[in-house]
Design a protein around this ligand. Structure first.
Ligand code: PGA
Ligand code: ZN
Length: 431
């Protein structure tokens, strides 16, 4: 049973404070630290995300301190979770939701709750002496209904960064490569790393040494002007590395378009000085997919409130590519239900800290899987080195994971964990 939770302020990959939570339990009469985990943090956040509780004292960490969130764990969550069994994540997450009492976790703080939810999951797995993905599966499917076989996800690997994650002119935030599913995970990873390194060489040749600087998610950040130019050089990297575009390695975009949408004028600035209406932007994507047939997914192609635009895009491209909703649904089951009814998209980006707890994330996934949609489990641009999302994606059987470039420790921690899980599944005949 849980003895206590202890929260502290640590740093994320951008050097901003975030919440880390330790879980203590009584084992054979002795109080022991069992596990710890932490919350990630986004930059291009959706307006309906769970509240990231920040202290707001401008003199300390630019107002981004999370000491209040930590205090809420220590003084509110800890005493109320004390004495509870660790194994049923759903019950513990539900209890935290009740204690907070708000949809967007504005009382305790979404950062406090996500860090606690992650840490409780890690602790339960350790006490049960099982890998975390199995603990996730038990809570997702039900204890006696977990599948005998599991699969590794296809990674959507962000190798070129724009938008809020880089300092260049490119408005589209992420250019990703997506290896085909028909090879083992370790081979999927080897292929994308080969392309990543090849791209590094190409951007230096074309744009100079500073082009090799990395954006927030570990992708290169060359001074490129247009999506076309970015896609061309990525396609060149794929071919140069010895692969076929579209066959061995596909392409995916995250426009994060709320960041370049002017909601008053209702115009999207797709490249510097070029403004498009919602309809024009969808036609632009249609053309982009025609010219770059390797594109198999576009995330947040439209603003988070441009519902008509989403429906239009799904009608025009939904049978060809994945239309992934991130900021529009913010992993919130209530919004996801609405999106399913109104046919906003055909795929979901799942970020637990957008809604708060693992349990709410499971609900979101059940809704999407129940409607033949795809799920992409995702990191945030601000991360820590925990690898909960790697176990999450395998445990719930989601098809895809998005966790940045194969570089920078907080990104590779997730890829490396997937390598460990693949090995475990092989050894146990569970693949
Ligand atoms: P964020 O970016 O973590 O900064 O929100 C990731 C994404 O938009 O998918
Ligand atoms: Zn996104």
């Amino acid at each position: 049973v849980i003895e206590k939770l202890v929260a502290r302020q640590i740093l994320d990959s951008r050097g901003n404070p975030t919440v880390e939570v330790d879980v203590y339990a009584k084992v054979n009469g002795q109080v022991k630290l069992i596990a710890r985990s932490s919350a990630p943090s986004g930059a291009s956040t959706g307006s309906n995300e769970a509240l990231e509780l920040r202290d707001g004292d401008k003199g300390v960490y630019g107002g981004k301190g999370v000491l209040t969130a930590c205090k809420n764990v220590n003084e509110i969550l800890s005493p109320q979770l004390k004495g509870k069994e660790l194994f049923d994540q759903n019950v513990l997450d539900e209890l935290m939701c009740k204690i907070d009492g708000t949809e967007l976790k504005t009382k305790i703080g979404g950062n406090a709750i996500t860090a606690t939810s992650f840490a409780l999951a890690e602790a339960a797995a350790i006490l049960n002496d099982e890998p975390l993905f199995l603990h996730v599966a038990k809570n997702f499917y039900g204890k006696d209904k977990i599948p005998k076989k599991f699969a590794l996800p296809v990674p959507m690997v962000n190798i070129l960064n724009g938008g809020k994650h880089a300092g260049g002119k490119l408005k589209i935030q992420e250019f990703m490569i997506v290896p085909s599913r028909n090879v083992p995970f370790k081979e999927r990873l080897r292929r994308v790393v080969a392309v990543y390194h090849t791209l590094g060489g190409l951007v230096v040749k074309k744009y100079g040494v500073s082009a090799k600087n990395l954006g927030d998610e570990g992708g290169f950040a060359p001074l490129i002007d247009t999506p076309d130019e970015a896609l061309n050089i990525i396609e060149e990297a794929i071919t140069t590395a010895g692969f076929k575009v579209g066959e061995d390695i596909g392409l995916a975009l995250d426009s994060a378009s709320s960041e370049f949408y002017d909601s008053e004028k209702k115009l999207y600035e797709i490249t510097e000085g070029k403004f498009l209406t919602s309809e024009e932007l969808v036609d632009y994507y249609v053309e982009l997919v025609k010219n770059h047939p390797g594109i198999m997914s576009i995330e947040d192609g439209l603003d988070e409130k441009d519902y008509a635009g989403w429906i239009n895009m799904t009608q025009k491209l939904g049978d060809k590519i994945m239309i992934v909703q991130d900021d529009i649904t913010t992993s919130n089951p209530r919004l996801i239900k609405q999106g399913i009814e109104e046919k906003w998209a055909n795929a979901l980006l799942l970020k637990i800290n957008q809604i708060g707890t693992m349990k709410e994330g499971y609900e979101a996934v059940r809704l999407i899987h129940g409607n033949n949609g795809s799920v992409v489990v995702s990191h945030r641009s601000g991360e820590t080195t925990n690898s909960v999302i790697s176990d999450l994606v395998v445990g719930i059987g989601a098809g895809y994971i998005k966790t940045g470039a194969p570089a920078r420790g907080e990104r590779t921690a997730k890829y490396n964990r997937l390598l460990q899980i693949e090995e475990y599944l092989e050894e146990h005949g569970m693949l």
